[in-house]
Ligand binder design. Structure first.
Ligand code: TYM
Length: 334
């Protein structure tokens, strides 16, 4: 079976970008009979943001509920919280010792933080914690510990998957073949989902459409998407448009072609947004109801997560880490 794995950082409320980039393709993969799936909540990654602890907990609950509402079946998929698997943190150190520092210097998120400091006339590393710098190594441990081969993610994560390959390859080269080398699985028609302001939809930009939006909120948010000032009747550029890109991520190829034509024919922004709203609402309405019921019962989710972690540790994490410890010259504790 092909092993498919992906995670979402618990630093906010799940949004449509997470849904189209990770949740939707991952759930679709989990229904294939030749796939074994590992889906988890990356709460250790969220710590680099130094959020209030209640936010980490709330976000963990919400993201778990989003996975379940989208159709994840915890009896068929390994579903767990990263911090419940201590083997991940331990593997992070083993990988840290093979990871090239120069590679980490080139990570997009770290470089963006350095550039921001430079722009503000600060030292390169001012106010950057080592957690941000080491982030890709922790992520590599998430992936390699379960020998995942396919990782459904949005385009923003491709570099991280490549780094995981690189660290896995180095480890294999030095200590023998222990890791499968992962590949990113990207949805062709999705690209990076834009947020309300046209930048990438992201928890950090405060421009997201939450997956749990009510019908009214969804409509309000969609009508607030930034557009150019072309009037109804004027031909509009489909490819550069946020409205079009969002539509494309939710529509079939035929619907997308029809919308492209409507843009060329000068559809008004109000009409285009109404169509976008209807398309997205049709897809997330069933999910929204299940989500509300799920977040209302945190105890149940907590039990499922603990149970998932316990089982996946026994089945995979503990024995593999034992072999890795031995391979590098430590004692196998398993
Ligand atoms: P995170 O939490 O930022 O995002 C979770 C997933 O959602 C995708 N995504 C998007 N896709 C399309 N358009 C967007 N605007 C958009 N915004 C977010 C992301 O690409 C991602 O797939 N480091 C990861 C979490 C992680 C992980 C892992 C992923 C930790 N360990 C191991 C895969 C494998 C992150 O912060 O994603």
């Amino acid at each position: 079976k092909t092993r498919v794995l992906t995670g979402i950082t618990t630093s906010g409320t799940p949004h449509l970008g997470n849904y189209v980039g990770a949740i939707r393709p991952a759930i679709a993969a989990s229904h294939q009979s030749d796939v074994e799936s590992f889906y988890f909540l990356a709460d250790l990654h969220s710590l680099i943001k130094l959020q209030p602890p209640e936010r980490v907990q709330r976000s963990t609950l919400e993201i778990a509920a989003a996975w379940l509402a989208a159709g994840l079946d915890p009896s068929k998929v390994w579903f767990y919280r990263q911090s419940d698997i201590p083997e991940i943190t331990e593997l992070t150190w083993l990988l840290t010792c093979v990871a090239g520092k120069g590679i980490l210097n080139r990570a997009h998120a770290y470089k963006a933080a350095v550039d921001k400091n430079r722009g503000e006339g600060e030292d390169d590393d001012a106010a950057i914690n080592a957690g941000l710098f080491m982030y890709p190594v922790l992520m590599a441990a998430d992936i390699l510990l379960f020998n995942a081969e396919r990782v459904p993610v949005g385009r923003d994560q491709i570099q991280h998957i490549e780094m995981a390959r690189d660290f896995g390859q180095r480890f294999n080269h030095i200590y023998g073949d222990h890791f499968a080398l992962p590949e990113a699985a990207i949805e062709e028609h999705v690209a990076t989902l834009p947020g309300l302001d046209g930048r990438k939809m992201s928890k950090s930009y405060d421009n997201v459409i939450p997956l749990s939006s009510s019908r009214e909120q969804l409509k309000k948010l969609i009508f607030s998407i930034v557009t150019d000032s072309r009037a109804p009747g004027e031909a509009k550029e489909a490819d550069g448009s946020n409205v079009f890109q969002l539509y494309q991520a939710f529509a079939t190829a035929d619907e997308t072609a029809a919308m492209r034509q409507a843009f060329a024919d000068g559809i008004g922004w109000g009409d285009a947004k109404q169509k976008l709203f209807e398309r997205i609402d049709a897809e997330i309405a069933p999910l929204r109801e299940r989500y509300q019921a799920l977040v209302a019962n945190p105890q149940r989710i907590e039990e499922q997560l603990r149970d998932g972690a316990q089982r996946v540790r026994a089945a995979y994490a503990t024995p593999l880490l034992g072999r890795l410890r031995e391979a590098v010259g430590l004692r196998d504790l398993s």
